[in-house]
Design a binder for this molecule. Structure first.
Ligand code: ATP
Ligand code: MG
Length: 239
């Protein structure tokens, strides 16, 4: 057995809730939700960590405007505090270079990141998951015992079909599901809610498609005033 796996429990022991933001498809707002969730929780005074596990396409640092900060090395690494969020990402090590590694190396990198990071006491650790429910999702379920999943969908049948598989996989694996958020809502479509609730999973609410969101990217003060953040703050109350 990999000795680093025993260390992970120790590293995560002072964190009250660990939430993986996931969903079956790409480009549906997982990173935006994970980043805004972390920012909004920090804004209401919670101790928050955020880890970007999308090694091929890390985005949280772009959304939150994080640059030129690095972890401190001290028997492991201490993530830098950015806008009240302890932030970890592969970008500290890969910088702007694309990562050309295979599945097993990604699993290794996930184990390494969780084994070296000293989060300290946190109310929430938010994990931004890569698209799909492949190796990284299975790794997280295996490595992080108190994980809960927050699943993102949009209104498209194409996405909903994949979300169905994600929910089934999580249920079969007996992983707690916090609920589902519908992002990029453009029109009333009550079937989405009904469809989610059929799975006996909580429908946490919806976030409208926001034309102004692009102008807020990289600027935390603007993000916090966005319609997206307002919805996230409402959803936090029901979590
Ligand atoms: N509610 C919204 N309104 C407007 N734009 C949005 C909304 N949610 C997300 N976006 C935009 O959609 C794009 C994809 O969002 P994001 O990167 O968060 O998705 P993702 O699911 O993390 O993608 P990936 O699967 O590639 O990791 C981004 O350009 C983001 O700014
Ligand atoms: Mg993403």
């Amino acid at each position: 057995m990999d000795p680093r796996i025993n260390v992970i429990d120790k590293r995560l022991k002072d964190i009250k809730r660990i939430i993986a933001v996931s969903g079956g498809k790409g480009g549906i707002g997982k990173s935006s939700t994970a980043s805004l969730l972390a920012l909004s929780l920090a804004d209401i005074g919670k101790n928050v960590g955020l880890i970007d596990l999308d090694f091929y396409g890390p985005s949280c640092h772009v959304i939150l405007g994080i640059r030129d900060v690095y972890p401190e090395e001290e028997k492991g690494v201490i993530p830098p505090d950015v806008d009240g969020i302890s932030f970890m990402s592969i970008i500290y090590y890969a910088k702007d270079n694309p990562l050309t590694v295979r599945g097993i190396d990604i699993s290794n990198a996930i184990i390494e990141l969780f084994a070296i990071t000293q989060w300290g006491k946190l109310d929430y650790l938010i994990i931004d998951m890569p698209p799909g429910i492949g190796d990284s999702t299975l790794d997280i379920i295996r490595l992080v015992s108190k994980i809960e999943f927050l699943v993102i969908t949009n209104q498209s049948k194409v996405v909903l079909e994949t979300v169905k598989k994600t929910l089934k996989m999580l249920k079969d694996s007996k992983v707690p599901i916090l609920g589902v958020i519908q992002n990029m809502k453009t029109k009333e479509f009550p079937e989405v809610r009904e469809w989610i609730e059929k799975f006996d999973v909580r429908y946490l609410g919806e976030i409208a498609y926001d034309d102004g969101f692009e102008d807020c990217l990289g600027v935390p003060e603007r993000l916090l005033k966005s319609a997206f953040a307002k919805r996230i703050k409402k959803i936090i109350k029901s979590m």
